[in-house]
Design a protein around this ligand. Structure first.
Ligand code: PMP
Length: 350
């Protein structure tokens, strides 16, 4: 009876942050950028040739990959483009993590990693971060099937120095090491320059956060040619046309406006530093952040209670009911106006 059920790939999916439909929500729950994309993006959309939609997009994503290569002083062969970094990371898991020995990632890190590992049946182990949510490189000296970690980490916002990444790479020359740099532009030091030295390093970034384009879905991986070719082979065995024509066009536009990009980052970093002080005044301890969000714990109130209180008042932040972090709030850095609303509501919390 119903034996077909035995052959279903049963998975527990990743749960993304809520996207409320109602108006007036101060949305600080999914690490989106509160400012619009570069003005050139709007112009490119307005001038988009809709006739071209008859045709398939470029399966090689050549123009965008080339623009990224120029931006990062790499070659086209060193760049893989996908539908947001989630798509790029999923492709990387499938491509590189095929050993029977467990892959390693920190116990507190991006919760999608364990979901992909389960989906692709990759064994994994999660070395514990220390009490300050920092990585101990020695945890990664043991035999493993590959390594992945976000830097800055999510949801903690803690950024590790390049020395630590180098140390991990030096002890892991025989497996692929992936650094997920979704938040690197907000003040961390990127591992991209290490690609020249380590042929087993893959660095993944996204247009979703620092370029204000979460809605268009562009992510990319950078690494040596053999890694990128292997990812392309997997992609072309799955879906050739992942990137649509809109995304390919406006991705190139977004890269052109360096001034807008830097101004956008500067605003967020300054609001973030101000927010640390405002939260501390209100009894929170805040981890040092190099991302566009803060990870904060209150001295007397439970995070879950504050989360629910704020939500009732239309201020959405993120709370994870997970071991070690269930008494923290992850708060995306919004505009100054949005942050004021957050402080006002926190002041109303008794
Ligand atoms: N990596 C990390 C650490 C993230 O927090 C996110 C955002 N959820 C992603 C990757 C994926 O972002 P995107 O698919 O929008 O590029």
């Amino acid at each position: 009876m119903n034996t077909w059920k035995n052959n279903i790939r049963m998975v527990v999916p990743y749960v993304p942050g809520e996207q409320p439909k109602k108006a007036g929500v101060v949305k600080l729950n999914t690490n989106e950028n509160p400012y619009p994309p570069a003005p050139g993006v709007k112009a490119a959309l307005e001038n988009f040739n809709t006739d071209s939609l008859r045709l398939y997009p470029d399966p090689d994503t050549k123009d965008l990959a080339e623009a990224l290569a120029v931006y990062y002083e790499l070659k086209y062969e060193n760049v893989f483009v996908g539908v947001g970094s989630d798509d790029v990371l999923a492709t990387a898991f499938m491509t590189f993590f095929n050993s029977k020995t467990p892959i390693l990632f920190p116990d507190v890190s991006y919760s999608f990693y364990s979901v992909w590992a389960e989906l692709f049946r990759i064994p994994y182990e999660r070395p514990a971060l220390d009490s300050e949510f920092k990585m101990n490189p020695k945890d990664y000296y043991r035999e493993n099937g590959g390594i992945i970690f976000p830097n800055p980490n999510a949801p903690t916002s803690v950024c590790e120095p390049l020395d630590l990444i180098r140390d991990i790479l030096d002890h892991n020359r025989d497996v692929v090491v992936i650094v997920d740099e979704a938040y690197i532009d907000f003040g961390g030091e990127s591992a991209v320059p290490l690609i020249q030295e380590y042929d087993n390093l893959l660095v993944v970034q996204t247009f979703s956060k620092s370029r204000s384009m979460a809605g268009i879905r562009i992510g990319y991986a950078m690494g040596n040619r053999e890694l990128i070719d292997a990812m392309k082979n997997v992609k072309f065995s799955f879906n050739s046309y992942t990137m649509n024509r809109f995304a390919l066009d406006i991705g190139i536009e977004a890269l052109k406006d360096k001034q807008y990009f830097e101004d956008n980052l500067a605003k967020i970093i300054s609001t973030r530093e101000e927010a640390v002080k405002e939260l501390e005044k209100r009894g929170f301890t805040v981890l040092e952040s190099k991302a566009n969000f803060l990870f904060a714990q209150h001295s007397t109130h439970y995070a879950g209670d504050i989360f629910r209180f704020l939500k009732e008042r239309n201020v959405y932040v993120r709370h994870f009911n997970l071991p070690r972090i269930d008494n923290y709030l992850r708060i995306t850095v919004g505009t100054e106006e949005q942050m004021k609303k957050l402080y006002e509501e926190l002041d109303n919390y008794k």
